[in-house]
Design a protein around this ligand. Structure first.
Ligand code: FAD
Ligand code: SF4
Length: 510
């Protein structure tokens, strides 16, 4: 039977069982499509990373003897639409059965179901063989529970997959080393520069321009740094183990104006495109740890494993549990628009300037920059979560909706009413001051709440709590914050609110 097998741009898993045996009756199809480049405006590096990695997988599978077809974005016969591409291939190659791997995005899942229901030939969906969990495993785990606590899910994953366990005891006798992982980075140990492949991607960039795709952000086409093949992805993993793992946990939450990546792994694109599996990343890191226990402490390794075995799988489970209604949630009724400086990087707030310019230059910001600087600002200024979601989905190299949306709309913007975060991740400037060196060189004064040079995060923080106090009233974890709000004298609060309104109405002047 002649089969057509679809490989989507984020299904670049060369270890998938599909690809382990060659069969002349099976044709693989990969396609660069406007339907995927245009659903949101993307960072140029993100589009390049996907196209180059897809092309590399295509070359590798052809070299391994498989039959495969590829549609480049500028090919004249490329209809730029998934349904039409499948139809063209079915007709051209006399296909009798269509097969695909379960997509991770709700949008594509719906589209593929619809396409299959219209086909006149047989079709079948397969597992992508990537995650530890199935789509609905988290829903089953939390069945009947009100609170979907990540910690409970994570401990269960550790036990179930026997990761960092000594029998039924967690290695190091602790499940969680979070308290050790909150150091400010003061240059105590040098940060190794990031692993850069210096790939020349000018041809792909020219094709993206020629196709008329509207992108944003910056790129150096002679020095593309992200991994775009399985081999390069494995090099990033190896580099992480040898150079960064020994301080990963310590500085996980730190920010520094001279260090864009600190000790973070930069593995999210390699994993989200499925060039690497989470299991092989975790197993490699743990074996490296066991071979180097003199130099690496358990808290570094546990901190890393928690992100992948815990957070990454948890976020995926929440997405499938809550979609499609999740995409519309906005419990705080936020309606403001993103300021222009999200696209230009022009702001006097030093923390925001560093986080946004870095995002525009590198298509990357690490977790705390995404959560406690940029996301903190958009929540405090009460931006509509649709706007925030679209920006995060476009800007980051690793942004695919299943992982971007619960992190942004849920964890960071609290638009889901606390499904993920038990309280909103908002803070005044003092948190940013505690975890970074941004404030020392800022135009604003982190100690002031109103007045000309007051740190906008301070003003906006108290204003946010005051504006949303009715919503948060009675929510247990908000008690301390709301009590502190009550202690501010009314005259001072009035000045704070006047100033906050001025900031919100003129965000681009700050
Ligand atoms: P490291 O710090 O080295 O962590 C290792 C790995 O852990 C990451 O590669 C990632 O796979 C995983 N991980 C860590 N935290 C999370 C998390 N909260 N959710 C899922 N996986 C996690 N991650 C994405 O992959 N895509 C996104 O679009 C995305 N959007 C985010 C938006 C916001 C507002 C926030 C707060 C976080 C977002 N994250 C997203 C999670 C996290 O910030 C990134 O995974 C991480 O910064 C990627 O860099 P890294 O590979 O160097 O990570
Ligand atoms: Fe950011 Fe405020 Fe610190 Fe400036 S003073 S860097 S705006 S937190």
């Amino acid at each position: 039977m002649k089969k057509l097998r679809l490989i989507l741009g984020d299904q670049l898993n060369s270890k998938h069982s599909w690809l382990q045996e060659c069969d002349d009756n099976t044709i693989y199809v990969l396609a660069e499509m406007r339907q995927e480049t245009d659903y949101v405006k993307h960072h140029i590096q993100k589009v390049v990373a996907f196209f180059v990695s897809m092309r590399n997988l295509y070359t590798a599978i052809k070299e391994n003897g498989h039959q495969a077809v590829y549609f480049q974005i500028t090919d004249i016969e490329n209809p730029q639409d998934l349904e039409k591409i499948i139809a063209i291939c079915i007709e051209k190659y006399n296909i009798e059965k269509f097969e695909y791997q379960l997509p991770d995005e709700y949008r594509l899942d719906q589209q593929l179901k619809m396409i299959c229901s219209n086909l006149k030939i047989e079709s079948e969906a397969f597992d992508s063989e990537h995650f530890y969990t199935t789509r609905h495993e988290l829903s089953d785990f939390f069945e009947g529970k009100k609170l979907l606590l990540m910690e409970n899910f994570y401990r269960n994953m550790r036990k179930k997959h026997h990761v960092l366990m000594d029998g039924s005891t967690p290695l190091g006798n602790q499940w969680n080393f979070d308290a050790d992982n909150r150091k400010k980075y003061k240059g105590e140990v040098p940060v190794p520069s990031e692993k850069n492949f210096h790939t020349n991607v000018s041809e792909v960039v020219a094709q993206i321009v020629e196709a008329g795709i509207v992108t944003f952000g910056n790129i150096d086409p002679d020095n593309f740094s992200w991994p775009s093949s399985r081999e390069q992805s494995l090099e990033v993993l190896d580099y992480f183990c040898k150079n960064l793992l020994n301080h990963f946990g310590d500085y996980e939450d730190a920010m520094h104006t001279d260090e864009k990546f600190l000790f973070h792994s930069r593995l999210s694109f390699a994993m989200n495109s499925k060039m690497l599996s989470p299991k092989e990343v975790i197993e490699t890191v743990i074996s490296f740890y066991h071979a180097n226990e003199m130099d690496i402490t358990i808290s570094q390794v546990e901190g890393f494993v928690r992100q992948i075995l815990g957070w990454r799988e948890y976020i995926r489970g929440i997405y499938w549990k809550e979609m499609p209604t999740y995409a519309q949630m906005n419990v705080l009724d936020n309606t403001n628009k993103l300021p222009d400086f999200f696209w230009t990087g022009k702001t006097k707030m030093n923390c925001m300037s560093h986080a946004i310019n870095q995002s525009l230059d590198k298509a990357y910001a690490h977790h705390i920059q995404r959560l406690m600087v940029i996301g903190n600002f958009t929540l405090l200024t009460q931006i509509h979560p649709d706007e925030v979601d679209a920006w995060y989905l476009g800007v980051y190299i690793d942004a695919i909706e299943w992982v971007e949306m619960p992190n942004t709309r849920g964890m960071s913007q609290y638009a889901d009413g606390g499904i993920i975060a038990t309280k909103p991740y908002v803070s005044s400037g003092s948190y940013i001051n505690k975890m970074s060196n941004n404030c020392a060189k800022c135009h604003y004064n982190v100690k002031e709440k109103f007045g000309e040079k007051a740190c906008p995060f301070n003003t906006l923080y108290w204003n946010f709590l005051d504006e949303k106090k009715e919503y948060f009233k009675g929510k247990q974890r908000m008690g301390i914050m709301l009590n502190l709000l009550k202690k501010i004298n009314p005259e001072e609060l009035y000045k704070i609110k006047v100033k906050a309104n001025e900031i919100i109405s003129n965000m681009d002047s700050y």
